[in-house]
Design a protein around this ligand. Structure first.
Ligand SMILES: Cc1cc2nc3c(=O)[nH]c(=O)nc-3n(C[C@H](O)[C@H](O)[C@H](O)COP(=O)(O)O)c2cc1C
Length: 184
């Protein structure tokens, strides 16, 4: 069974992005993918002093990326950028797995699907940063992306359930993923 790793870097319990990640996971399971996830907050901060021997959680995320046909990032936007835990995770997986080694082979050309929910920007800036960074570390950001923008009241009232128009965008992205993944 092909695996998809979903990374969801909002740590808040009632995260709107988590709702999207759950929706995507259920649809992927219906299409017979095994969905894996990772507790982003369990990773230590990037620190070259602790790279060798590799911390347990770093090995875990590397293995999960390696085993997955694609990584699916579902992210909010923090001050026009990706959340720090996501940057930290991508920094960790970009690093050599052996002392003195180069860029690890397991991330090379790894497809990355990107979904983002935020305010009116539709997480455009954080999605752009994810594209920039994943490309820079040799991963392969894929199209289409999905950006969902909410009015400020949704955040102040902490109230969001996935709208029909959002489902339509997500379904299109899931279909594009499936068309791609069934060929590999
Ligand atoms: C530190 C911080 C910075 C934020 N900056 C932005 C921003 O630049 N653009 C935006 O649209 N929303 C911004 N927001 C609002 C988030 O998009 C909003 O809190 C969103 O609900 C977070 O996603 P979540 O529901 O999955 O936790 C920011 C929130 C935080 C906590």
């Amino acid at each position: 069974m092909k695996k998809v790793l979903i990374l969801e870097p909002s740590l808040r319990k009632e995260s709107f992005n988590k709702k999207l990640a759950l929706y995507i996971s259920e649809k992927l399971r219906d299409l017979d993918y095994k969905v894996t996830d990772f507790h982003m907050e369990s990773l230590p901060y990037m620190n070259q002093d602790i790279e060798f021997p590799v911390p347990l959680q770093v090995q875990e995320i590397r293995d999960k990326v390696d085993e997955a046909v694609a990584v699916w990032i579902v992210t909010p936007e923090y001050n026009g950028d990706m959340p720090a835990v996501l940057k930290n995770a991508l920094d960790w997986i970009s690093r050599p797995t052996e002392m003195g080694g180069g860029r690890p082979a397991f991330i090379k050309d790894k497809p990355v699907f990107i979904t983002g929910l935020a305010g009116r920007s539709e997480a455009m800036f954080s999605r752009e940063r994810v594209v920039f960074l994943t490309k820079r570390i040799t991963m392969k950001p894929m199209e289409p992306q999905v950006g969902i923008g909410l009015e400020a009241s949704a955040f102040s009232e902490n109230n969001y359930s996935i709208r029909e128009e959002d489902k339509a965008k997500l379904d299109e992205q899931i279909e594009a993923f499936h068309n791609f993944a069934k060929e590999i």
